[in-house]
Design a protein. Sequence first.
Lengths: 113, 112
Amino acid sequence: DAKTTQPNSMESNEEEPVHLPCNHSTISGTDYIHWYRQLPSQGPEYVIHGLTSNVNNRMASLAIAEDRKSSTLILHRATLRDAAVYYCILRVISSGSARQLTFGSGTQLTVLP
Amino acid sequence: KAGVTQTPRYLIKTRGQQVTLSCSPISGHRSVSWYQQTPGQGLQFLFEYFSETQRNKGNFPGRFSGRQFSNSRSEMNVSTLELGDSALYLCASMPGSVETQYFGPGTRLLVL
């Protein structure tokens, strides 16, 4: 799987938007961009994924650059519960591809009250 | 639906012993993957099982093994435990055709 680069840590104030960046300059045309997060003492949790177009769900939005070499996970109003490590992962989705997730070191998000 | 469950949640073993961890996937999910998480190496893929067959394996020694039963429940076994095997072991299940993985809370193993 292609490599992703994320900042080690970020801080945000509660109830403010958070933009978590991810660089993936070696992304291929078949790579989907996935985001997972891991809250303290829990297993990772799926957040969102996309291929080319921006995506929204109840948890977050994913903004993908036109050249797909970077993306941004947007939490519209951070809460204390959003404090977690956020992982940006590239995955090929095909019937013959390996299905494991290759985790990097992620971004530790701290939300300040 | 109930989520992924893992038992036991915590385990203490000594070097040289072996350990078996259990994972029950979400009902209807046929794929189970195992990951090891340590402070130094982060989250690393161990293996994936689908319909009782190992479909993929990570770069771990043969002391790490697993299996899946006909009801999709999975077990992983680590023989001849080493101190470096102390980690959080996570299980994730997937329906089989959708790429979202659903993780359990993990089993925290401490090897003394």
